[in-house]
Design a protein. Structure first.
Lengths: 211, 634
């Protein structure tokens, strides 16, 4: 009984620690918050201010698009498209305080559009990292979790990839997922659940094929 | 997760996967910024998804035509090799156009290129509102002939001197007088936007610009040639050099005035805040989608005729307005094609919004933005005392119309020294013995005349008011409608102008129990020498802007005057071009609202004519001189 009670008492603390750790990791990855004055200046057409935003957020946006798309060239295109769209739509941003969430939403949308346009391309580029990974597989190198995940994600729709990346890589909790994806929190929860089930199924299928 | 994939393991896998992926270099940010510096941020979306779908469809049609090589500018057979894209060009077509990559820009928020805009122009005869982005370069400095009047926003007078919007900065062309752009280009008409908002852009350093406008302007039908249909009429400048531009109000308040043989140009002051009509216009179509205002323009009558040449024949809704506000708006709801520009006109003080239609302005949606106050007292305020009128003169001299209560009398028939002609507001005999006093005078007399024994004003009764200002030699209670600072004060002798400004000029004398203008009297007074006019007083009042419904408590008088006698009433009008061909003119005096919403009396001059003959010629008479008004032809 004491252990059970202790576990209940420990649960919030563990949860809180997890949230703090998540936030620290996320903040480290995204970088310091964008200065509101920079956003305002960019909204008013100041391209130099926008350049500062691009420099501050290009890595984070590229990491997100790269994680969703799993392709270097596509990720670069999507990252660029993200900032082009941000620049064009910035004057109509109604809540500048939610710039970060909006930036990630635009990046997800840009990734989705890149996937669509890629499906129309006849010739696909093969990025160097994929070539290296293939070479490693051919060489019989052990497949680590990252490689397994990479393979499984490729089988998922882009929206499922996006919600998994946002949650498990970017550390976004459900409430922020809902804000970024512009869906109710309950919907975010069910979509995340469905994505994780789909990922598990893909990992299992991939493993079965290899066995 | 299944198979032992806990959250921690999954997150570690994601992190490891991200770490293994290639990292972006600074080059990616640099490339992005270079791209953004080349492509300007477009302005506001036109707000009608269906419209842009229609545009895309029209452009697609145009692309088939353009890329097939069958036709180029305006359907002429192309000389290019079949299978190559020919450059659609503006008007006039620049030679040596290169083959553009004509690609409709996707998405609702993206401006189209010049080439796409030109393709759209050739694909659709409708004046669909589109957003175009390109590079602006000035025209070349060449001497231009006198501009044709009236102006027309769709007509490009002296096109060599007008700017171009080119597809690429490298197309701008540099240098010589005959230099024209080398690629897709169009010559926009900036006639409807603020001239100060159009950037200077010499050919060597063109400026990025995004504009919203349309081809196939409705005013093109008034041009002598079809070229006007190809003019891109700009309704709004969205951005300049990547800087988004706000909705602006442009002004064209210039008027040409005549004084005797002298003609000059002046500007009349705007009457109010231009955006006061925005909300009424946005919701002018009840039940339909709200409209989006693109631009506003506040104009004098001369400016209005430059923007709307179709109104030169008169406009029944103009009333007595001297200033008209025009708003250009587009629909924001779904539609089958690009939103078409809609033009709304609000005559100053009319209270009604009009929309320009195929046959002229029509009242729009029954929306009234202002109700003109009705009765005389509502217009000029309650009667004030003589002392208050004197204080107004001494401390706040202006031409506000005043209603002053007191006791008035005139000297009756007295011997006067010869009066000076053509000085209607100079205090000459018998005005020195015509009084409005605060108190009923006692029997004090001087030289046989009654003199006031308290605060009093001398009354100057100009010739147009003689029949409206009946006084007796016996003081009686009256209410005098009149004003200081009459517009004719400047016609007084040198050294007496300030004195004339301080004279109280009578427009009518009323009985205190009935403070109302006599409608019948207003149309029957005839203070000038007799003549035989062709028109009638009711016609003159109507074309001057006072419809029968608008005359009550507003029209003071309308009467004919032989032009040879005009100097006694309006000295400045005598000898002007406006009356040079007339034998008889009508003078119409009426209450109106002046700058700062003060009540004033205004005078209009109507050239006598057969009432069936149109357009009537109407002029405003002000201290500046004689200027054209727009006939309110019934």
């Amino acid at each position: 009984l004491r252990r059970a009670v202790g576990a209940r008492h420990d649960e919030p603390r563990r949860h809180e620690r997890h949230r703090i750790a998540e936030r620290a990791r996320r903040d480290t990855r995204i970088g310091p918050a964008i200065d509101r004055s920079l956003i305002d200046r960019a909204r008013n057409g100041d391209l130099d201010a926008f350049e500062s935003i691009v420099n501050a957020r290009m890595d984070a946006v590229y990491r997100l698009t790269s994680a969703i798309l799993g392709n270097e060239a596509d990720a670069r295109d999507a990252a660029q498209e993200t900032f082009v769209a941000i620049w064009r739509q910035l004057p109509r941003l109604r809540e500048p305080d939610k710039f970060e969430a909006w930036l990630q939403r635009v990046a997800v949308n840009a990734s989705r559009m890149t996937i669509r346009s890629r499906s129309r391309r006849r010739v696909r580029e093969i990025p160097s990292s994929t070539v290296v990974a293939l070479a490693e597989r051919v060489a019989g190198a052990p497949r680590d979790d990252a490689a397994i995940l990479d393979s499984a994600l490729a089988a998922l729709p882009v929206d499922q990839r996006a919600i998994l990346v946002l949650h498990h890589l970017e550390g976004r909790p459900l409430a922020e997922l809902a804000t970024i994806l512009e869906i109710p929190e309950g919907t975010a929860k069910s979509r995340l659940f469905a994505a994780r089930r789909a990922l598990a199924a893909a990992i299992e299928r991939d493993g079965s094929r290899r066995r | 997760m299944t198979d032992g994939w806990s959250d921690e393991r999954l997150e570690a896998a994601f992190s490891a996967r991200a770490a293994a992926a290639s990292q972006p270099t600074g080059e990616l940010a640099t490339l992005t910024m270079e791209h953004l510096r080349r492509a300007p941020r477009p302005g506001r979306a036109l707000g009608r998804p269906g419209a842009l779908a229609g545009l895309a469809a029209a452009v697609a049609v145009a692309l088939l035509v353009v890329t097939s090589g069958a036709f180029n500018d305006r359907g002429r057979v192309a000389s290019t090799t079949p299978g190559t894209a020919s450059a659609p060009t503006g008007s006039p077509a620049p030679p040596g156009s290169s083959s553009p990559t004509v690609t409709p820009s996707p998405g609702p928020d993206t401006a189209v290129t010049v080439a796409v805009a030109l393709a759209f122009r050739d694909a659709s005869p409708e004046p669909g509102e589109i957003q175009v982005t390109g590079w602006l370069r000035d025209g070349v400095a060449v001497p231009c002939p006198a501009l044709i009047q009236p102006g027309n926003p769709a007509r490009l007078d002296c096109p060599q001197a007008l700017p171009w919007i080119v597809e690429r900065a490298s197309d701008a062309g540099v240098g010589a007088l005959d230099s024209v752009p080398s690629g897709p280009a169009l010559q926009p008409s900036f006639a409807l936007v603020d001239a100060g908002a159009v950037p200077n852009a010499v050919a060597a350093t063109p400026v990025e610009i995004t504009v919203t406008g349309h081809f196939h302007d409705r005013r093109a039908i008034l041009c002598p040639t079809f070229d006007c249909f190809s003019t891109f009429v700009v309704d709004r400048i969205d951005s300049v050099a990547d800087i988004a531009q706000p909705i602006v109000t442009s002004y064209n308040l210039a008027i040409q005035v005549e004084k005797g043989a002298t003609t000059s140009g002046i500007e009349i002051p705007p009457s109010g805040i231009a955006d006061q009509y925005d909300n009424a216009v946005v919701h002018v179509a009840e039940g339909a989608s709200p409209l989006l205002v693109l631009s506003r323009r506040v104009m004098s009558i001369d400016g209005l005729l430059e923007a709307e040449p179709a109104l030169a024949g008169g406009w029944s809704g103009i009333g007595t307005a001297r200033i008209v506000t025009s708003l250009t708006a587009i629909e924001t709801g779904l539609g089958s094609g690009p939103p078409q520009p809609r033009t709304f006109l609000v005559p100053d003080g009319s209270g009604t919004i009009f929309e320009m239609g195929p046959t002229g302005p029509v009242a729009a949606g029954g929306v009234r933005v202002q109700v003109y106050p009705g009765g005389l007292v509502e217009r000029v305020g309650d009667p004030i005392t003589v002392s208050q009128a004197i204080a107004h003169r001494d401390h706040a001299l202006d031409d506000a119309q005043l209603l002053v209560s007191g006791f008035g009398w005139d000297p009756g028939a007295i011997a006067c020294t010869p009066i000076r002609p053509s000085m209607p507001v100079l205090d000459q005999c018998p005005s020195g013995a015509t009084w409005l006093a605060a108190r009923m005078p006692t029997a004090s007399r001087s030289n046989g005349l009654i003199t006031p024994d308290g605060p009093a004003l001398n009354l100057v009764i100009p010739p147009e008011s003689v029949n409206l200002a009946a006084l007796t030699t016996q003081p009686r209670a009256v209410a005098v409608l009149g004003h200081f600072d009459d517009h004719r004060s400047a016609t007084c002798p040198a050294g007496a102008v300030e004195r004339c400004r301080r004279n109280f000029i009578v427009d009518a004398i009323l009985d205190p129990p009935r403070l109302a203008l006599a409608a019948d009297l207003a149309l029957t007074v005839h203070p000038g020498p007799s003549n035989t006019p062709r028109g009638t007083a009711a016609w003159a009042a109507s074309v001057a802007g006072l419809s029968s419904a608008d005359r009550a408590e507003r029209l003071i008088s309308a009467f004919p005057v032989d032009v040879t006698a005009l100097g006694a009433f309006e000295p400045d009008a005598l000898g002007t071009e406006a009356v040079s061909r007339a034998e008889t003119v009508w003078l119409v005096h009426f209450l109106d609202t002046g700058v700062g919403d003060i009540p004033i009396v205004r005078t209009r001059l109507v050239i006598d004519a057969d009432p069936e003959q149109r357009p009537a010629e109407v002029f405003d008479l002000t201290e500046a001189g004689v200027s054209r008004a727009l006939a309110a032809n019934p």
